[in-house]
Design a protein around this ligand. Structure first.
Ligand code: DGL
Length: 274
């Protein structure tokens, strides 16, 4: 059992590292434990029941490692599992612990980012079909015109490092052109999948400089900082030794290699499977 009480960060795969990176940059003193369920990624095309079951297993694992607070750095898990975990599971399994998602913090900010209030949302099939962005945006910015588009190939391409191959680029071009064709007035596109910041430059190049392409990492980091100020009872539980621990359900050799390419520095992970 970990003596630290780290902030747990979960994603189906490597995408959550784009959130982890921003969070630990803004809040470096805390301990962090990242878990990527790489062996079972992608989650994007899976049913509600399966995403919920996998996400709950990951949350339970992070709780068992001593995390008082877990961030689901995955839109698909946030869309399909977060509410059930918060409302049904937490009161039974760990009433004093907390699980946060990435959709609400993002939708709180989007209204401030678009000038003409025409916003595009790119995500996995699961996130787009859940309509979570449309529902949440209506609460925070009811005058926003939202256009969604699912990009089912992007996560598999990124997980397999094929996103910059010509065939990968073709999928990215098709999807970016498709959302802009649905609403040519879009001035802001939210990357509603934590894997997508890896191809942000390519998306920007295809969309054009006049469109604001928004990654969630910095937004989630700021919102987590605010959360810890408003919740001192949680903040006090978190240990602050600056440690970074990584677990993956894939082989640690494979995870280390790919995570290093995401983060730009060496990673030594441990293996955990269910
Ligand atoms: N990074 C996850 C998300 O934000 C990817 C989901 C998947 O595994 O398809 O949605």
């Amino acid at each position: 059992m970990n003596k630290n009480a780290p902030i747990g960060i979960f994603d189906s795969g490597y995408g959550g590292l784009t959130v982890f990176e921003e969070v630990q940059k803004l809040l470096p003193e805390y301990d962090y434990l990242y878990f990527g369920d790489n062996a079972r990624a992608p989650y994007g095309n899976r049913s509600f029941d399966v995403v919920y079951e996998f996400t709950l297993e990951a949350v339970q694992f992070l709780f068992d490692q001593g995390c008082p607070l877990v961030v689901l750095a995955c839109n698909t898990a946030s869309a399909k599992a977060l509410r059930t975990i918060q409302q049904q599971d937490l009161p039974n399994i760990a009433p004093e612990k907390r699980v946060l998602g990435v959709i609400r913090p993002s939708t709180e900010e989007i209204g401030f980012l678009s000038k003409n209030h025409h916003v595009g949302v790119l995500g996995t099939t699961g996130t787009i079909q859940s309509n979570s962005y449309v529902i949440e945006l209506k609460k925070f910015a009811p005058d926003i015109h939202v256009t969604q588009h699912a990009c089912p190939m992007w996560v598999p391409l990124i997980e397999n490092e094929k996103h910059l191959h010509p065939a990968g680029i073709q999928f990215i071009e098709e999807d970016v052109r498709a959302i802009l064709a649905k609403d040519p007035l879009i001035d802001t596109i939210i990357l509603a999948c934590t894997h997508y910041p890896v191809i942000k430059d390519k998306i920007q190049e295809i969309a054009g400089k006049h469109i604001n392409i928004v990654s969630q990492g910095p937004i989630v980091a700021e919102k987590l900082k605010e959360y810890l100020v408003v919740h001192p009872e949680m903040e006090e539980k978190l240990t602050k030794n600056g440690s970074r621990t990584f677990y993956s359900s894939e082989s640690s050799v494979v995870f280390n290699e790919k995570a290093e390419r995401f983060l730009g520095y060496p990673v030594a992970s441990a293996h955990h499977s269910f």
